[in-house]
Design a protein around this ligand. Structure first.
Ligand code: ATP
Ligand code: MG
Length: 327
């Protein structure tokens, strides 16, 4: 049976991009293999964040995971910080990843370029080291991600080759799993930029009320043309809305284009809003119920126990291979 691992960092309010890129797909994954799903709270510390916000975001992600249909009896859901092997593994792996390759990571370049040079944390630079550990600690075969995280999974693969070449078979080779459609949902107010929770630009948040969602979609930036056609270069706004619609309806882009043949932009946007609301509204209700009843608490506790057990095995494996003594 294959092992699947994925995480979301509690850096902000989850967006429709997170939902389409990952959350929506998880329900199917839990029937395809053993799933380790976590809240990447240590990763959230790589950019400045208020403690109360980190707390609330972490609870929200746990509730959203469950609202997305994850069954706690089938999967292991846990907080990264409650499994100490993640931090230990990062300390080991940092010696096998190099400054040159880390400084070429797009996420690091993007996020650090917006900061004062003197206040870029070491953790932001070393983010892919921690992430490689997250993946390797569970012998993951597949890592479902959106497009922005593919580069980090590729780096993890390079690291596996490097370590396995030197020490023999230590780590399992993981691969990124992403959908062709929906791996990169763009901002509604600036379709040249990725929808991002830590840098939102008119994005749809999963906690937005229905009226706000509709308003944001109706005022999404498009172009001065009139054709509903997928053309990322010349019609990025329309292409993004077509992608969102196709993902909501589980159809291809071509099928979505056919549906809107001859439609005006306004009518098209209304249908996109309807499709999003139809799916997100019941999802929000499940989220509220889970949060109010604190159903996530026990799930996270049990998840930490299971994740600790598995990750310790792998941690011991690498420690032994590299020559660390067991006292
Ligand atoms: P941040 O701005 O803090 O990086 P984010 O919105 O990019 O936030 P992450 O925690 O980095 O969210 O990623 C969680 C998951 O959601 C990852 O698998 C990521 O690839 C996916 N994801 C993030 N943004 C999008 C997007 N716009 N479209 C599709 N998938 C996305
Ligand atoms: Mg991101």
């Amino acid at each position: 049976m294959k092992t699947i691992l994925t995480g979301i960092k509690p850096t902000g309010k989850l967006t429709l991009g997170n939902y389409i890129g990952v959350l929506k797909r998880l329900k199917d994954f839990q029937n395809q293999g053993e799933c380790y799903i976590f809240i990447a709270d240590l990763h959230a510390l790589t950019l400045p964040i208020e403690p109360s916000e980190l707390n609330e975001n972490s609870i929200d992600i746990a509730c959203f995971y469950l609202a997305a249909g994850l069954d706690p009896n089938k999967i292991t859901l846990f907080l990264q910080s409650s499994v100490s092997a993640h931090a230990e593994m990062a300390i080991i792996l940092q010696n096998y990843l190099y400054m040159g390759e880390l400084s070429r990571m797009t996420q690091f370049k993007d996020k650090s370029s917006k900061m004062n040079k003197n206040s870029i944390g070491l953790g932001l630079f070393a983010y892919p080291v921690l992430m490689a550990g997250d993946i390797l600690l569970y012998d993951a075969d597949e890592v479902p991600v959106g497009e922005d995280q593919i580069q980090h999974v590729e780096l993890t693969r390079d690291l596996v080759k490097r370590i396995n070449n030197r020490y023999g078979d230590v780590f399992k080779m993981p691969s990124a799993k992403f959908n062709k459609v929906g791996a990169r949902i763009m901002s509604l107010s600036d379709p040249s930029k990725k929808m991002s929770k830590s840098d939102p630009k008119g994005d749809i948040f999963l906690k937005d009320d229905v009226k706000t969602i509709r308003k944001k979609i109706m005022s999404a930036v498009t172009d001065s043309g009139c054709e509903i056609k997928y053309d990322e270069e010349n019609k990025p706004g329309i292409s993004n809305l077509l992608t969102i619609y196709a993902c909501m309806k589980n159809i291809s882009i071509e099928e979505a284009e056919k549906v809107f043949n001859g439609y005006r932009y306004g009518d098209f946007k209304k249908c996109v809003a309807d499709a999003v609301i139809e799916e997100i509204e019941p999802f929000q209700q499940r989220y509220i119920e889970i949060k109010e009843n604190k159903l996530y608490e026990d799930v996270l506790r049990q998840g930490a126990l299971k994740a600790n057990k598995k990750s310790q095995e792998v941690l011991n494996r690498i420690k032994e291979k590299i020559g660390l003594l067991k006292a």
